[in-house]
Design a protein around this ligand. Structure first.
Ligand code: C2E
Ligand code: MG
Ligand code: MG
Ligand code: MG
Length: 281
C-alpha cells in the first residue's frame, strides 16, 4: 500500500505519527508531574431528584490545567494514563481527593466516581479502593462507581470479581453512558448493577428527535423491571426535564442543574440550598 502512495506520502505519514507520539510523551510527562505536585484536581457536578430538585449526590470529574499546555480534557488524559500504565496512580489520587471533599457533604448524599476500564482488568482494584476509603473514613455505602460497557466487555471475569467484592462492601455500581457501547442488553442481567446512566446523546436529542424519546422510554421501562435506578445525563434545557419526567425518569444531572465545580463552590452550592452539611469531626 505504501508503494502505491509513493515515498513522499509515507514520509509525511510517519512524521505525523512521530509528532503525535512526541506530543503524547510530552503530555505524559506533564501529567506525571502534575500528579506528583498535587496539581490534578477534582470537580463535582450535582445529581438531583428531578421532581423536587433535591441534591442526591455529586459526580467527581477530574480537572487538570497545565501551566504550559492549558486545559486538558479528562477525555484525553484519562485514556493516556491508561495507555501509559499509570491510571491506578491517577485514579487513587482522584478518589482520595474526591472522598476527602465528600466528607463535608450531608451524610445522605453519595459520591459518584468514574472508574476507567483498565482498572477493571486489575484484580487489585477493589482492595485498593476500599483501602483508600478506610484510610479517609468514607463510608463505602456512600460511594457509587461509574463504569462503562467497554470495561465490562473487555475483561469480563476479572470485572465480575472486582464488582462483586466492591458490592459486598456496600459500594454501588452505575453503568455509565448507557446506549453508546457495543455490549448487549444481556450484560445488564449478567452484571450486578445498581444504576444506569442514560447517555447525554439521547437526552440532548429528546426535544427534536422522537426516536430518542422512544429509546429513553424503553430504557426507563427496562430499568424499572430490573429494579435499577435510572439517571439522565447532560440535561441542559427545561424542555428535556419535562420530557424526562413524563417518561418516568426522576433523577438527572447536567448544566441545567449545575456545572462541575470545585469543592469550595460545591459546599457553597449546598449551603445556598440550605442543605445541612456534615459536622466536622
Ligand atoms: P462521563 O463520566 O460520562 O462524564 C460526563 C461528562 O459530561 C463530563 O465531561 C461532564 O462535565 C459533561 N457534562 C455534564 N453535564 C453536561 C451538560 O449538560 N452538557 C454537556 N455538553 N456536557 C455535560 P468531562 O468532565 O469532560 O469528562 C469526560 C469524561 O472523562 C467522563 O465522561 C469520564 O468518562 C472521563 N472522566 C472524567 N473524570 C474522570 C475520573 O476521575 N476518572 C476516570 N476514570 N474518568 C474520568
Ligand atoms: Mg460518569
Ligand atoms: Mg457519562
Ligand atoms: Mg463519558
Amino acid at each position: 500500500r505504501s508503494k502505491r502512495r509513493g515515498r513522499g506520502q509515507v514520509t509525511v505519514y510517519t512524521r505525523e505519527i512521530a509528532q503525535e507520539m512526541q506530543h503524547a510523551t510530552l503530555l505524559e510527562q506533564a501529567l506525571r508531574n502534575a500528579i506528583i505536585n498535587d496539581a490534578v484536581d477534582v470537580h463535582f457536578q450535582p445529581i438531583v431528584n428531578l421532581k423536587n430538585e433535591t441534591v442526591l449526590g455529586f459526580e467527581a470529574l477530574a480537572r487538570w490545567i497545565d501551566p504550559e499546555l492549558g486545559f486538558v480534557s479528562p477525555a484525553v488524559f484519562v485514556p493516556l494514563a491508561e495507555e501509559r500504565g499509570f491510571i491506578d496512580t491517577l485514579s487513587e489520587t482522584l478518589l482520595r481527593k474526591a472522598a476527602e471533599a465528600a466528607l463535608s457533604w450531608p451524610r445522605e448524599t453519595f459520591l459518584s466516581f468514574n472508574l476507567s476500564s483498565a482498572q477493571l482488568t486489575d484484580p487489585a482494584t477493589a482492595s485498593s479502593i476500599l483501602a483508600i476509603l478506610g484510610r479517609i473514613g468514607f463510608d463505602p455505602h456512600r460511594l457509587v462507581l461509574e463504569i462503562t460497557e467497554t470495561a465490562v466487555v473487555t475483561s469480563a471475569d476479572t470485572a465480575h470479581c472486582i464488582i462483586a467484592e466492591l458490592r459486598r462492601a456496600g459500594v454501588r455500581i452505575a453503568l455509565d453512558d448507557f446506549g453508546t457501547g457495543q455490549s448487549s442488553l444481556g450484560r445488564l442481567r449478567d452484571f450486578a448493577f445498581d444504576k444506569v446512566k442514560i447517555d447525554r446523546a439521547f437526552v440532548s436529542r429528546l426535544a427534536s428527535d422522537p426516536a430518542s424519546e422512544h429509546i429513553v422510554r424503553a430504557i426507563v421501562a427496562m430499568c424499572e423491571g430490573l429494579q435499577l435506578q435510572v439517571v439522565a445525563e447532560g440535561i441542559e434545557e427545561v424542555t428535556e426535564v419535562k420530557i424526562l419526567k413524563a417518561l418516568g425518569c426522576s433523577i438527572g444531572q447536567g448544566y441545567f442543574y449545575g456545572r462541575p465545580a470545585d469543592s469550595a463552590a460545591t459546599l457553597a452550592y449546598l449551603k445556598e440550598r440550605n442543605v445541612e452539611l456534615a459536622a466536622a469531626d
